[in-house]
Design a protein. Structure first.
Length: 114
């Protein structure tokens, strides 16, 4: 089982990034997918989630209206489009798959700074 995140980096406030998560080794289309993040000294928090069929996306209040989660079950991919980024969005972002068991990626760093 692998979840591999990519697309992180350094961006200025107000900028955008698109995170991708490539899944393999399990039946991707049967799993609900989420993005979490963890900032230094803080607990890991849920950012966005989407069901196995790609409906009912939900978001943390802090990112609602700025972030969009999506998935492509044909490609075993899940995405997080992040717009209007703020310094407080700086964190390591993790991809998570869950059904009866939970899988995690290794994370990708997002730094929002001028």
């Amino acid at each position: 089982v692998q979840l591999v995140e990519s697309g992180g980096g350094l961006v200025q406030p107000g900028g955008s990034l698109r995170l991708s998560c490539a899944a393999s080794g399990f039946t991707f289309s049967s799993y609900h997918m989420s993005w979490y993040r963890q900032a230094p000294g803080k607990e890991r928090e849920l950012v966005a989630a989407i069901t196995d069929v790609g409906d009912m996306p939900n978001y943390a209040y802090s990112v609602k209206g700025r972030f969009t989660i999506s998935r492509d079950n044909a490609k075993n991919m899940v995405y997080l489009q992040m717009n209007s980024l703020k310094p407080e969005d700086t964190a390591v972002y993790y991809c998570n798959a869950i059904r009866l068991v939970s899988y995690w990626g290794q994370g990708t760093q997002v730094t929002v700074s001028s």
